[in-house]
Design a protein around this ligand. Structure first.
Ligand code: 5AD
Ligand code: SF4
Length: 417
Protein backbone atom coordinates (compact mmCIF):
# COMPACT_ATOMS: atom_id res chain seq x y z
CA UNK A 1 0.00 0.00 0.00
CA UNK A 2 1.30 3.47 -0.88
CA UNK A 3 2.10 5.91 1.90
CA UNK A 4 1.73 9.66 2.34
CA UNK A 5 3.39 12.10 4.69
CA UNK A 6 1.96 15.58 5.41
CA UNK A 7 3.95 18.60 6.60
CA UNK A 8 1.91 21.56 7.84
CA UNK A 9 3.07 25.11 8.38
CA UNK A 10 1.05 28.05 9.63
CA UNK A 11 -2.32 28.62 11.15
CA UNK A 12 -5.24 26.42 12.24
CA UNK A 13 -6.80 26.92 8.81
CA UNK A 14 -3.75 25.21 7.26
CA UNK A 15 -4.02 22.36 9.77
CA UNK A 16 -7.66 22.00 8.80
CA UNK A 17 -6.78 22.06 5.07
CA UNK A 18 -4.16 19.36 5.66
CA UNK A 19 -6.86 17.19 7.29
CA UNK A 20 -8.84 17.45 4.05
CA UNK A 21 -5.75 16.61 1.97
CA UNK A 22 -5.20 13.51 4.14
CA UNK A 23 -8.80 12.46 3.61
CA UNK A 24 -8.48 12.78 -0.19
CA UNK A 25 -5.34 10.62 -0.10
CA UNK A 26 -6.97 7.99 2.11
CA UNK A 27 -9.92 7.80 -0.26
CA UNK A 28 -7.29 7.04 -2.94
CA UNK A 29 -6.10 4.13 -0.69
CA UNK A 30 -2.94 5.80 0.60
CA UNK A 31 -2.04 5.32 4.28
CA UNK A 32 -0.34 7.85 6.53
CA UNK A 33 3.28 7.49 7.61
CA UNK A 34 5.13 9.63 10.14
CA UNK A 35 8.43 8.43 8.64
CA UNK A 36 9.25 10.77 5.77
CA UNK A 37 11.76 8.29 4.26
CA UNK A 38 8.95 5.72 3.77
CA UNK A 39 6.59 8.08 1.94
CA UNK A 40 5.56 7.73 -1.71
CA UNK A 41 3.95 11.18 -1.62
CA UNK A 42 4.86 14.15 0.57
CA UNK A 43 2.36 16.99 0.79
CA UNK A 44 3.37 20.35 2.23
CA UNK A 45 0.76 22.95 3.18
CA UNK A 46 2.69 26.19 3.33
CA UNK A 47 2.13 29.59 4.94
CA UNK A 48 3.10 32.88 3.29
CA UNK A 49 2.30 35.33 6.11
CA UNK A 50 5.96 36.05 6.84
CA UNK A 51 9.05 35.69 4.67
CA UNK A 52 10.62 33.41 7.31
CA UNK A 53 7.80 30.89 6.71
CA UNK A 54 8.48 30.96 2.96
CA UNK A 55 12.22 30.47 3.56
CA UNK A 56 11.50 27.24 5.43
CA UNK A 57 10.00 25.77 2.25
CA UNK A 58 13.29 26.43 0.43
CA UNK A 59 14.98 24.36 3.17
CA UNK A 60 12.53 21.50 2.58
CA UNK A 61 13.18 21.50 -1.17
CA UNK A 62 16.82 20.65 -0.42
CA UNK A 63 15.75 17.81 1.90
CA UNK A 64 13.40 16.37 -0.76
CA UNK A 65 16.16 16.47 -3.38
CA UNK A 66 18.29 14.24 -1.11
CA UNK A 67 15.36 11.86 -0.41
CA UNK A 68 14.80 11.47 -4.15
CA UNK A 69 18.31 10.15 -4.65
CA UNK A 70 17.29 6.96 -2.79
CA UNK A 71 13.54 7.03 -3.43
CA UNK A 72 13.24 7.71 -7.18
CA UNK A 73 9.43 7.41 -7.25
CA UNK A 74 8.83 9.98 -4.50
CA UNK A 75 6.32 12.67 -5.49
CA UNK A 76 6.13 16.01 -3.73
CA UNK A 77 3.14 18.34 -3.68
CA UNK A 78 3.04 21.92 -2.43
CA UNK A 79 -0.29 23.48 -1.45
CA UNK A 80 -1.78 25.80 1.23
CA UNK A 81 -1.23 29.58 1.14
CA UNK A 82 1.05 30.04 -1.89
CA UNK A 83 1.59 33.35 -3.69
CA UNK A 84 1.39 33.33 -7.50
CA UNK A 85 4.96 34.56 -7.80
CA UNK A 86 6.20 31.83 -5.41
CA UNK A 87 4.35 29.14 -7.40
CA UNK A 88 6.71 29.87 -10.29
CA UNK A 89 9.73 29.51 -7.99
CA UNK A 90 8.55 26.38 -6.16
CA UNK A 91 7.54 24.49 -9.29
CA UNK A 92 11.30 23.92 -9.67
CA UNK A 93 11.53 22.18 -6.28
CA UNK A 94 8.18 20.30 -6.14
CA UNK A 95 6.61 17.89 -8.63
CA UNK A 96 3.25 19.62 -8.26
CA UNK A 97 2.16 23.01 -6.93
CA UNK A 98 -1.56 22.90 -6.30
CA UNK A 99 -4.16 25.49 -5.29
CA UNK A 100 -5.79 24.37 -2.05
CA UNK A 101 -9.19 24.58 -3.72
CA UNK A 102 -8.02 21.90 -6.21
CA UNK A 103 -7.09 19.22 -3.65
CA UNK A 104 -9.88 16.96 -4.93
CA UNK A 105 -7.74 16.59 -8.05
CA UNK A 106 -4.87 14.92 -6.14
CA UNK A 107 -5.89 11.33 -7.11
CA UNK A 108 -6.13 12.40 -10.74
CA UNK A 109 -2.73 14.07 -10.54
CA UNK A 110 -1.23 10.93 -9.01
CA UNK A 111 -2.71 9.00 -11.94
CA UNK A 112 -5.22 7.05 -9.82
CA UNK A 113 -8.64 8.17 -10.97
CA UNK A 114 -10.39 10.93 -12.85
CA UNK A 115 -12.28 13.48 -10.76
CA UNK A 116 -15.27 15.25 -12.26
CA UNK A 117 -16.16 17.87 -9.72
CA UNK A 118 -13.13 19.73 -8.40
CA UNK A 119 -15.09 22.69 -6.98
CA UNK A 120 -15.59 23.60 -3.30
CA UNK A 121 -12.83 21.74 -1.49
CA UNK A 122 -14.44 22.48 1.91
CA UNK A 123 -17.06 19.81 1.23
CA UNK A 124 -14.32 17.13 1.45
CA UNK A 125 -14.88 15.29 4.74
CA UNK A 126 -11.61 15.77 6.68
CA UNK A 127 -9.57 13.12 8.45
CA UNK A 128 -9.35 14.76 11.88
CA UNK A 129 -5.91 14.68 13.47
CA UNK A 130 -7.29 14.59 16.97
CA UNK A 131 -10.16 12.76 18.70
CA UNK A 132 -11.41 15.50 21.00
CA UNK A 133 -10.71 18.88 19.36
CA UNK A 134 -11.72 19.61 15.77
CA UNK A 135 -11.13 22.45 13.35
CA UNK A 136 -14.20 23.30 11.31
CA UNK A 137 -13.76 25.91 8.58
CA UNK A 138 -16.88 28.01 8.11
CA UNK A 139 -15.42 30.21 5.41
CA UNK A 140 -12.24 30.76 3.48
CA UNK A 141 -10.63 33.74 1.74
CA UNK A 142 -10.64 37.40 2.69
CA UNK A 143 -11.98 40.64 1.19
CA UNK A 144 -10.23 43.04 3.52
CA UNK A 145 -6.85 43.74 1.98
CA UNK A 146 -5.08 44.88 5.15
CA UNK A 147 -2.01 46.65 3.74
CA UNK A 148 0.53 44.14 5.15
CA UNK A 149 -1.29 40.88 4.47
CA UNK A 150 -0.90 38.26 1.71
CA UNK A 151 -3.99 36.24 2.57
CA UNK A 152 -6.35 38.00 0.10
CA UNK A 153 -3.82 37.11 -2.63
CA UNK A 154 -3.22 33.49 -1.62
CA UNK A 155 -6.75 32.51 -0.57
CA UNK A 156 -8.59 34.99 -2.79
CA UNK A 157 -12.12 36.23 -2.03
CA UNK A 158 -14.34 35.21 0.87
CA UNK A 159 -16.59 32.18 0.45
CA UNK A 160 -18.85 31.04 3.30
CA UNK A 161 -19.70 27.38 3.69
CA UNK A 162 -23.41 26.51 3.67
CA UNK A 163 -24.70 26.66 7.26
CA UNK A 164 -26.46 23.31 6.87
CA UNK A 165 -23.21 21.57 5.91
CA UNK A 166 -21.26 23.24 8.73
CA UNK A 167 -23.86 22.43 11.39
CA UNK A 168 -24.10 18.83 10.23
CA UNK A 169 -20.29 18.47 10.48
CA UNK A 170 -20.35 19.91 14.02
CA UNK A 171 -23.28 17.71 15.02
CA UNK A 172 -21.43 14.59 13.85
CA UNK A 173 -18.30 15.63 15.73
CA UNK A 174 -20.21 16.14 18.96
CA UNK A 175 -22.01 12.82 18.49
CA UNK A 176 -18.57 11.22 18.15
CA UNK A 177 -17.39 12.67 21.46
CA UNK A 178 -15.53 15.79 20.33
CA UNK A 179 -15.30 18.29 23.19
CA UNK A 180 -13.85 21.36 21.49
CA UNK A 181 -14.96 22.79 18.15
CA UNK A 182 -12.94 25.57 16.53
CA UNK A 183 -14.88 27.52 13.91
CA UNK A 184 -12.33 28.87 11.47
CA UNK A 185 -12.20 31.62 8.89
CA UNK A 186 -10.00 34.58 8.00
CA UNK A 187 -12.79 36.86 9.19
CA UNK A 188 -15.53 34.76 10.79
CA UNK A 189 -17.56 37.88 11.56
CA UNK A 190 -18.42 38.37 7.91
CA UNK A 191 -19.79 34.81 7.62
CA UNK A 192 -22.99 34.83 5.57
CA UNK A 193 -25.13 32.02 4.21
CA UNK A 194 -28.54 33.38 3.09
CA UNK A 195 -30.11 34.66 6.32
CA UNK A 196 -27.54 32.99 8.61
CA UNK A 197 -24.89 35.43 9.74
CA UNK A 198 -22.16 34.57 12.24
CA UNK A 199 -24.18 35.24 15.40
CA UNK A 200 -27.06 33.11 14.06
CA UNK A 201 -24.61 30.32 13.19
CA UNK A 202 -23.29 30.45 16.76
CA UNK A 203 -26.84 30.10 18.07
CA UNK A 204 -27.60 27.13 15.80
CA UNK A 205 -24.40 25.37 16.88
CA UNK A 206 -25.05 26.17 20.53
CA UNK A 207 -28.44 24.46 20.23
CA UNK A 208 -26.84 21.09 19.37
CA UNK A 209 -27.22 18.81 22.43
CA UNK A 210 -24.05 17.58 24.17
CA UNK A 211 -21.12 18.62 26.32
CA UNK A 212 -18.78 20.71 24.19
CA UNK A 213 -16.99 24.03 23.85
CA UNK A 214 -17.09 26.30 20.82
CA UNK A 215 -14.22 28.65 20.01
CA UNK A 216 -13.66 30.72 16.88
CA UNK A 217 -10.94 32.61 15.08
CA UNK A 218 -10.17 35.09 13.45
CA UNK A 219 -12.30 38.12 14.15
CA UNK A 220 -11.92 41.52 12.54
CA UNK A 221 -12.74 44.37 14.97
CA UNK A 222 -14.62 46.32 12.28
CA UNK A 223 -17.10 43.44 11.85
CA UNK A 224 -17.17 42.19 15.44
CA UNK A 225 -20.60 43.47 16.52
CA UNK A 226 -23.07 43.54 19.41
CA UNK A 227 -24.92 40.51 18.04
CA UNK A 228 -21.80 38.36 18.39
CA UNK A 229 -21.10 39.77 21.89
CA UNK A 230 -24.67 38.89 22.88
CA UNK A 231 -24.39 35.42 21.35
CA UNK A 232 -21.19 34.82 23.32
CA UNK A 233 -22.83 36.05 26.52
CA UNK A 234 -26.06 34.10 26.11
CA UNK A 235 -24.93 30.76 24.66
CA UNK A 236 -23.34 28.46 27.23
CA UNK A 237 -21.27 26.43 24.79
CA UNK A 238 -19.37 29.47 23.44
CA UNK A 239 -16.27 29.84 25.59
CA UNK A 240 -15.37 33.16 27.26
CA UNK A 241 -12.27 33.67 25.13
CA UNK A 242 -11.73 36.03 22.23
CA UNK A 243 -8.80 36.83 19.97
CA UNK A 244 -9.46 40.34 18.65
CA UNK A 245 -6.44 41.46 16.60
CA UNK A 246 -5.88 45.20 17.02
CA UNK A 247 -2.56 45.26 15.06
CA UNK A 248 -1.70 48.79 16.30
CA UNK A 249 -2.78 51.20 19.02
CA UNK A 250 -2.35 54.28 16.82
CA UNK A 251 -5.10 55.66 14.56
CA UNK A 252 -2.73 56.85 11.86
CA UNK A 253 -0.97 53.48 11.66
CA UNK A 254 -4.35 51.70 11.62
CA UNK A 255 -5.35 53.89 8.69
CA UNK A 256 -2.23 53.07 6.71
CA UNK A 257 -2.78 49.39 7.57
CA UNK A 258 -6.28 49.80 5.99
CA UNK A 259 -8.00 48.41 9.09
CA UNK A 260 -11.16 50.58 9.08
CA UNK A 261 -11.54 51.18 12.83
CA UNK A 262 -10.12 53.59 15.38
CA UNK A 263 -8.50 52.80 18.72
CA UNK A 264 -11.54 54.33 20.49
CA UNK A 265 -13.94 52.07 18.56
CA UNK A 266 -11.81 49.03 19.39
CA UNK A 267 -11.67 49.92 23.10
CA UNK A 268 -15.43 50.39 23.12
CA UNK A 269 -15.93 46.83 21.85
CA UNK A 270 -13.61 45.49 24.57
CA UNK A 271 -15.57 47.47 27.18
CA UNK A 272 -18.90 46.01 25.99
CA UNK A 273 -17.41 42.51 25.95
CA UNK A 274 -16.21 42.81 29.54
CA UNK A 275 -19.52 44.26 30.69
CA UNK A 276 -21.50 41.37 29.18
CA UNK A 277 -18.95 38.60 29.84
CA UNK A 278 -17.02 39.53 33.02
CA UNK A 279 -14.84 36.39 33.01
CA UNK A 280 -13.74 36.74 29.38
CA UNK A 281 -10.07 36.34 28.46
CA UNK A 282 -8.91 38.51 25.57
CA UNK A 283 -5.93 38.11 23.28
CA UNK A 284 -4.74 40.13 20.32
CA UNK A 285 -2.38 40.19 17.34
CA UNK A 286 0.06 43.08 16.94
CA UNK A 287 2.49 44.13 14.26
CA UNK A 288 5.45 46.18 15.47
CA UNK A 289 7.59 48.21 13.08
CA UNK A 290 5.01 48.72 10.33
CA UNK A 291 6.53 51.13 7.73
CA UNK A 292 6.91 54.66 9.14
CA UNK A 293 5.71 53.63 12.63
CA UNK A 294 7.29 56.31 14.82
CA UNK A 295 8.39 55.80 18.41
CA UNK A 296 5.44 57.95 19.49
CA UNK A 297 2.97 55.87 17.49
CA UNK A 298 4.42 52.68 18.95
CA UNK A 299 4.02 54.15 22.46
CA UNK A 300 0.31 54.46 21.69
CA UNK A 301 0.28 50.67 21.19
CA UNK A 302 2.11 50.21 24.50
CA UNK A 303 -0.50 52.50 26.13
CA UNK A 304 -3.33 50.43 24.66
CA UNK A 305 -1.65 47.28 26.02
CA UNK A 306 -1.59 48.77 29.53
CA UNK A 307 -5.22 49.85 29.25
CA UNK A 308 -6.73 46.69 27.76
CA UNK A 309 -4.64 44.36 29.94
CA UNK A 310 -4.53 41.44 27.52
CA UNK A 311 -4.43 37.82 28.65
CA UNK A 312 -2.31 36.94 25.64
CA UNK A 313 -0.85 38.67 22.58
CA UNK A 314 0.76 37.37 19.40
CA UNK A 315 3.37 40.00 18.68
CA UNK A 316 4.74 40.03 15.13
CA UNK A 317 7.65 42.00 13.71
CA UNK A 318 6.57 43.54 10.41
CA UNK A 319 7.82 41.56 7.40
CA UNK A 320 7.29 43.09 3.93
CA UNK A 321 5.30 40.82 1.62
CA UNK A 322 5.61 41.32 -2.13
CA UNK A 323 2.40 42.35 -3.86
CA UNK A 324 0.76 43.87 -0.77
CA UNK A 325 0.06 47.63 -0.49
CA UNK A 326 2.58 48.03 2.36
CA UNK A 327 5.36 46.51 0.24
CA UNK A 328 5.38 49.78 -1.71
CA UNK A 329 6.37 51.61 1.51
CA UNK A 330 9.89 51.54 2.83
CA UNK A 331 10.44 48.91 5.56
CA UNK A 332 12.20 51.64 7.54
CA UNK A 333 12.04 50.47 11.16
CA UNK A 334 15.27 48.60 11.88
CA UNK A 335 15.21 44.98 13.08
CA UNK A 336 16.82 46.09 16.37
CA UNK A 337 14.05 48.61 16.91
CA UNK A 338 11.36 46.03 16.00
CA UNK A 339 12.86 43.65 18.58
CA UNK A 340 12.96 46.46 21.13
CA UNK A 341 9.27 47.25 20.55
CA UNK A 342 8.41 43.56 20.73
CA UNK A 343 10.16 43.30 24.11
CA UNK A 344 8.39 46.35 25.54
CA UNK A 345 4.99 44.84 24.66
CA UNK A 346 5.99 41.39 25.92
CA UNK A 347 6.99 42.89 29.28
CA UNK A 348 3.62 44.64 29.64
CA UNK A 349 1.83 41.45 28.56
CA UNK A 350 3.65 39.37 31.19
CA UNK A 351 2.37 41.72 33.90
CA UNK A 352 -1.24 41.88 32.70
CA UNK A 353 -1.43 38.14 31.94
CA UNK A 354 -0.11 37.32 35.43
CA UNK A 355 -2.61 39.74 36.98
CA UNK A 356 -5.46 37.87 35.23
CA UNK A 357 -4.02 34.43 36.01
CA UNK A 358 -3.65 35.14 39.73
CA UNK A 359 -7.44 35.41 39.95
CA UNK A 360 -7.62 31.66 39.27
CA UNK A 361 -5.53 30.66 42.32
CA UNK A 362 -7.60 28.53 44.73
CA UNK A 363 -10.42 28.23 42.19
CA UNK A 364 -11.64 25.23 40.24
CA UNK A 365 -11.64 25.34 36.46
CA UNK A 366 -12.67 22.81 33.82
CA UNK A 367 -9.75 21.70 31.62
CA UNK A 368 -9.61 19.78 28.34
CA UNK A 369 -6.24 17.97 28.24
CA UNK A 370 -4.52 17.89 24.87
CA UNK A 371 -0.79 17.34 25.44
CA UNK A 372 1.48 15.00 27.38
CA UNK A 373 5.17 15.57 28.21
CA UNK A 374 7.06 13.38 30.71
CA UNK A 375 4.88 13.17 33.85
CA UNK A 376 2.86 16.28 32.99
CA UNK A 377 -0.40 16.81 31.14
CA UNK A 378 -1.29 20.14 29.56
CA UNK A 379 -4.70 21.42 28.63
CA UNK A 380 -6.80 24.50 28.11
CA UNK A 381 -9.67 25.82 30.19
CA UNK A 382 -12.63 27.78 28.85
CA UNK A 383 -10.59 31.00 28.86
CA UNK A 384 -7.97 29.23 26.74
CA UNK A 385 -5.43 29.37 29.58
CA UNK A 386 -2.75 26.69 29.49
CA UNK A 387 -2.96 24.47 32.58
CA UNK A 388 -0.35 21.97 33.73
CA UNK A 389 -1.12 18.99 35.94
CA UNK A 390 1.26 16.25 37.09
CA UNK A 391 -0.47 12.90 36.74
CA UNK A 392 0.32 9.18 36.40
CA UNK A 393 -3.09 8.60 34.87
CA UNK A 394 -3.62 9.28 31.13
CA UNK A 395 -5.59 12.52 30.91
CA UNK A 396 -5.46 13.05 27.14
CA UNK A 397 -8.84 14.01 25.69
CA UNK A 398 -10.44 14.22 29.14
CA UNK A 399 -12.36 17.26 30.39
CA UNK A 400 -11.76 17.48 34.15
CA UNK A 401 -12.03 19.91 37.03
CA UNK A 402 -8.68 21.26 38.19
CA UNK A 403 -7.89 23.32 41.28
CA UNK A 404 -5.33 26.02 40.46
CA UNK A 405 -2.42 26.23 42.89
CA UNK A 406 0.09 28.44 41.11
CA UNK A 407 -0.10 31.19 38.47
CA UNK A 408 2.55 32.31 36.00
CA UNK A 409 2.08 34.74 33.10
CA UNK A 410 1.46 32.07 30.47
CA UNK A 411 0.67 28.94 32.49
CA UNK A 412 -1.36 27.84 35.50
CA UNK A 413 -0.41 24.85 37.63
CA UNK A 414 -3.13 22.76 39.19
CA UNK A 415 -4.32 19.51 40.73
CA UNK A 416 -7.18 17.30 39.59
CA UNK A 417 -10.12 17.79 41.95
N1 5AD B 1 4.28 40.99 8.86
C1 5AD B 1 4.16 40.69 10.19
N2 5AD B 1 3.06 40.16 10.71
C2 5AD B 1 2.03 39.90 9.88
N3 5AD B 1 0.81 39.37 10.10
C3 5AD B 1 0.16 39.31 8.92
N4 5AD B 1 0.92 39.78 7.94
C4 5AD B 1 2.09 40.17 8.50
C5 5AD B 1 3.28 40.76 8.00
N5 5AD B 1 3.41 41.06 6.71
C6 5AD B 1 0.33 39.00 11.43
C7 5AD B 1 -0.92 39.81 11.83
C8 5AD B 1 -2.02 38.78 11.73
C9 5AD B 1 -1.28 37.50 12.09
C10 5AD B 1 -1.95 36.25 11.65
O1 5AD B 1 -0.04 37.63 11.43
O2 5AD B 1 -0.75 40.27 13.16
O3 5AD B 1 -3.09 39.04 12.61
FE1 SF4 C 1 -5.17 39.42 6.32
FE2 SF4 C 1 -6.64 41.51 7.11
FE3 SF4 C 1 -7.81 39.47 5.82
FE4 SF4 C 1 -6.92 39.11 8.35
S1 SF4 C 1 -8.57 40.52 7.71
S2 SF4 C 1 -6.63 37.71 6.59
S3 SF4 C 1 -5.10 40.43 8.36
S4 SF4 C 1 -6.28 40.88 4.98
Amino acid sequence: MKKYHVIVFGCQMNISDAERVASVLESAKYTKTDDITKADVIIVTMCSIRQSAVDRIHGLVEKFRKLKTTNHKLQTILTGCVLKKDKKIFIEGFDIVLDIKDIKRIPEILGIKKVKNAENYLDVAPKYENQFSANVPIMTGCNNFCAYCVVPYTREREISRPAKETISEVRNLIRNGYKEIWLLGQNVNSYKDCSTNFSKLLKKINDIPGEFWVRFTSSHPKDFDDDVINAMAEHGHITPYLNLPVQSGDDKVLKSMNRHYTVAEYKNKIKKLREKIPDIAISTDIIVGFPDETKKQFLNTAKLFREVKYDMAYINKYSARAGTAAAKLKDNVSLTEKKNREKILTDILKETALEHNKKFIGKETLVLFNEHRKDSYFGKNEQYKTIKVVSQENLLGKMLKVKIIEARPFILHGKIV
